[in-house]
Design a protein around this ligand. Sequence first.
Ligand code: C6P
Length: 411
Amino acid sequence: MSSHSFGVERVRADFPILSRALQGNKPLVYLDSTATAQKPLSVIRAMDDYYRNTNANIHRGVHTLAEEATADYERARERIAAFIGARSTSEVIFTRNTTESINLVAYSWARKNLSSGDVIILTEMEHHSNLVPWQILAEEKNIRLEFTPVTDEGELNLQAYQNLLELRPKLVAFTQMSNVLGTINPAEEMIRMAHEVGAVVLIDAAQSAPHFKVDVQKLKADFLAFSAHKMCGPTGIGVLYGRRDLLEAMPPFLGGGDMIKKVTLRGFTPNELPHKFEAGTPAIAEVIGFGAAVEYLEQIGMDQIAAYEHTLTRYALDRLSEISGLKVIGPPAEKKGGVCSFTLEGIHPHDIAQLLDREGIAVRAGHHCAMPLHQRYGLPATTRASFYLYNTLEEIDFLAEALEKTKALFG
Ligand code: C6P
């Protein structure tokens, strides 16, 4: 799909920050959407409108503002449930982010259902958010963690995964798309294989839900976690999707207001789903902003977004391959989303990111919260350029030119 047929200039006009100049007069080239995406006016306005006109606590008051705020909050949940194909809004729990969603499963479902000697299968390409909660649990309950290896090309070794499944894991948890390699894992097939041995499957959709259609029923995911801020929504709000029967049987995660039906001095009865897992006053404006973000993405179309990002990724890989000494890690364009992590011979990734910043180009350098994956490739760090619906082919040209300049500077 060309930038013309996608209408990227119209999309860009929706994002006020993209008209900013940096370092005096350099137009901002934002290539760090994998860390967090920029926000369109409709999201900014929805949150502004809530604070100007509706601000009230939800599920509590009977006054008009409280009723309006509750209706707006629950409407956003309905929109998000439909966006991921959930059967019901009861299956959509608001959390702070992907990290909290995964921790919720670790603290509530896993603590109840796993015991000493049980196996959890993860992969070598996980973000720390899908590693550390399981390491904490493993230490506490003597759980065995196993890891599906990553090939040199940046894909999961599915034969090794099949072999690991013979250990009859209780839980399999993996990312649908790597935030470093860009690899899109065959989630549907991997879930089917895990279900054949009776495992429950958690999908980290932090990098997939923003970029292509994710349907929990088609995937047959048991749990699925994602964050609003990576999909044009605000920070501080995310979702845990959970299969209703699993959520029903789980103990509450946090205790407090809103998650209860009845409390006495000596005990409580938990609230119905999804409120059972939403203790305390939630991030109301953020949920409303999240609803607006999903509406925005749907108006453009997830398939359109995915196709356009594919064009950007293919072009970026071509342009970067022309730079001698530059090596991108991860699979070819057909197998990945818009993430290019690379090394440039003789130059530290942080120096590259700093020099690119002088040109107005925002990229991320470091281990991208995936230290074990970098260790797998023998790399302390990489520089990462990532793309979203508002990026252009010209911006990729800018990046390539700035990298040539960086190389020249380092001789
Ligand atoms: N990755 C990146 O720059 P939170 O921080 O909870 O919204 O998302 C955590 C997370 C979980 N899984 C994957 C695959 C992710 O990419 C991320 C966030 C960002 O790569 C920030 S570290």
